[in-house]
Ligand binder design. Structure first.
Ligand SMILES: Nc1ncnc2c1ncn2[C@@H]1O[C@H](COP(=O)(O)OP(=O)(O)O)[C@@H](O)[C@H]1O
Ligand SMILES: O=c1ccn([C@@H]2O[C@H](COP(=O)(O)O)[C@@H](O)[C@H]2O)c(=O)[nH]1
Length: 293
């Protein structure tokens, strides 16, 4: 059964161990109304030909970016020129707010809470998302984790059919949350997340082991429990094990590709070469004997 068929079935909460699907009444309404998805009557108040906006939340290092990357790859978007992309991805990290001098000093000592909602400029995020939904081209800054600040570089996000926005707290701010047509939550076990965050922060974000562990225990873990985890309830689709969950990713890709196909009469043909369901080739992939997370 395809994800869209599941979506037509009514208000259900399914978790078959592979893919947790939680569908709100509002969401079903949106999709039942959208026989022609190109003109989806958005539940977010934006009507007609606005991009299909997908929020991807989950704890740090749960695999949000990797899941988005897989979705882009499977839709043949990853290697396209920015101007040609029909699916684009943005990170919430681009919307960290500028720190005051005293906060900057604390951040340098690993004593600033980057996992608290106050660390973000949610108004700016909201305004950019509204521009995207209005079909505008926007500039999204790059975040520099070494200097703990927005860098001088930015990416131009051209109007696209589908926009993914990933981040730890994308479902936290109600006005932002309400803009999404689809909400995904990447649900990866916390030990696995910590085991991934340590090497990533050391190798890619210029931290040392002590800093990473202190920050994790003092800020990341408590803030995850207080602010991120409670937003799981807003998700339409929960993806256990993140990017390892080939079945969930295939279902999501199938749903997006159906949307794109119906929306593509006047646009370039999609290259859906990799849409066939992935065949489990290892115990880890099939879930038999793989890592227990
Ligand atoms: N399924 C996976 N198996 C192994 N490593 C993974 C997997 N998913 C993500 N990673 C690695 O874990 C780290 C965090 O993943 P990432 O996708 O950046 O998470 P997030 O965007 O949620 O912070 C990265 O180094 C990434 O390469
Ligand atoms: O300057 C910064 C900004 C953020 N962080 C940490 O990043 C993660 C969010 O990014 P993910 O890719 O989702 O992990 C968050 O937990 C912050 O603690 C940082 O360390 N420094």
């Amino acid at each position: 059964m395809s994800l869209s068929e599941i979506l037509q079935k009514g208000r259900v909460a399914v978790n078959c161990g592979i893919l947790g699907v939680r569908i709100s009444r509002k969401y079903i309404y949106t999709h039942k109304m959208s026989e022609k998805p190109a003109e989806h009557t958005a539940s977010n108040g934006f009507e007609s030909k606005t991009p299909f906006l997908i929020g991807v939340a989950g704890g740090t290092a749960s695999g949000k970016s990797t899941v988005c990357q897989r979705i882009m790859e499977k839709l043949g978007q990853q290697h396209k020129e920015q101007t040609e992309r029909r699916v684009v991805c943005i990170s919430q990290d681009s919307f960290y707010r500028t720190l005051k001098p005293s906060e900057r000093l604390r951040a340098e000592r690993g004593q600033f809470n980057f996992d608290h909602p106050d660390a973000f400029d949610d108004k700016k995020l909201l305004s950019i998302l509204k521009d995207i939904l209005a079909g505008k081209k926007v500039e999204v800054p790059e975040y520099d984790y070494i200097s703990n600040s927005i860098s001088h570089r930015s990416h131009t996000i051209y109007p696209a059919d589908v926009v993914l926005i990933e981040g730890i707290l994308v479902f936290y701010f109600p006005e932002v949350r309400e803009l999404f047509h689809m909400k995904l939550f990447v649900d990866t076990d916390s030990d696995t997340r910590l085991a991934r965050r340590v090497p990533r922060d050391i190798m890619e974000r210029g931290r040392d082991l002590e800093q990473v562990l202190n920050q994790y225990m003092n800020f990341v873990k408590p803030a995850f429990e207080e602010f991120c985890l409670p937003t799981k309830k807003f998700a339409d689709v929960i993806i256990p094990r993140g990017a390892d969950n080939f079945v969930a990713i295939d279902l999501i890709v199938q749903h997006i590709s159906e949307y794109l196909k119906k929306n593509s009469s006047d646009k370039v043909q999609l290259q859906l070469s990799t849409l066939a369901p992935s065949v489990p080739s290892s115990p880890q992939r099939s879930g038999k004997g793989g890592r227990p997370h």
